[in-house]
Design a protein around this ligand. Sequence first.
Ligand code: MLT
Length: 404
Amino acid sequence: MFTINENYLKLQGNYLFSTIAGKVNEYKANNQDADIIRLGIGDVTQPIVPAIIEALHKAVDEMGTEEGFHGYGPEQGYAFLRETIAREDYRARGCEIKADEIFISDGAKCDVGNIQEIFGIDNRVAICDPVYPVYVDTNVMAGRTGAYNSITNGFDHLIYMPCTPMNGFVPELPSVIPDIIYLCFPNNPTGMTITKERLQQWVDYANKNGAVILYDAAYEAYISEKGIPHSIYECEGARTCAIEMHSFSKNAGFTGLRLGYTVIPKELQSNGTSLHSLWNRRHGTKYNGAPYIVQRAGEAVYSEVGKKQLSEQIAYYMKNAKTIREGLTSYGYTVYGGDNAPYIWWKVPNGKKSWQFFDELLEKVQIVGTPGVGFGVNGEGFFRLTAFGTYENTIEALERIKRM
Ligand code: MLT
């Protein structure tokens, strides 16, 4: 008789955003006229910009011609996109990344979830707390947990790094040395950033201790302040210790189109084995490449007109972020983030629990957010709002909160 992967039984409940969607659907079923404002999952609301739509149309038309038809593409992505990314996202920032070190995929979530496959099962994994749940869940699914520890009520191989107001939501270097370190800046869920000096300390720590940093840069397009790194490769020595993941979802609205990429420098090795070769092997075996038309759309993100249209779109979302941040602050609440990221990390008032506050906001004012505890125990007492709603809904949400 077949058996199952018992690691799945160690997972806590459902995936966070599925739980929220379930609760909202249930509420909607019982309150059919409710005008719900969704500021929970970080999904965009603005249409794809014209420069990208034009590139999509052109690529679709090409596919209908003999000379322009594309079947299976290179699993790692088309050269036109990899070269554009290397030039625009890296060389333009003084980072030394070559086109063949970039792997195109159908989104950062898959890469962030799959990358752990190339590491040993006994590796110790350091993760921020609170954290994007995909990092934890995929390691648990793989069995990279070690033994259950009843004293800490956690798994031996998962090292949680608290991110709280006390440390500015930037984790301290752990005293128990991890093998794999997940970092995400600008951060999901707290919306906070890391300075280049602090990130350099992480790079030096990883190089000194033979650890690898998995750097999730999905929100880098929202950085507006100077001195905040857009890429970990801005730090010296990152080529020997860091893998970086990017998304086209948040900077260009591809949550429905799906496109992302992962960078693995060729110097990054474990005992002489190149991680680039391992990921290349995995990609070739398990993946047939992102669709040609979507990769052409991705290329248009970097065209002059595309960049201009997207900077306006990002400014639109950041106006929402400012509206939420300033609105909540003016009502006397404590909030973090939202300056260089599309997330606002709201301290739940009156010592309430995050899920209690979620229910209250949904029932009283029909606003959906994300309970901080869904991202980890240090998220308890916080609540995440996204700036990806429409401006009108954002204003309306603040009015409702004020009334409440
Ligand atoms: C989030 O809301 O945290 C993310 O948008 C979800 C995702 O990107 O998978």
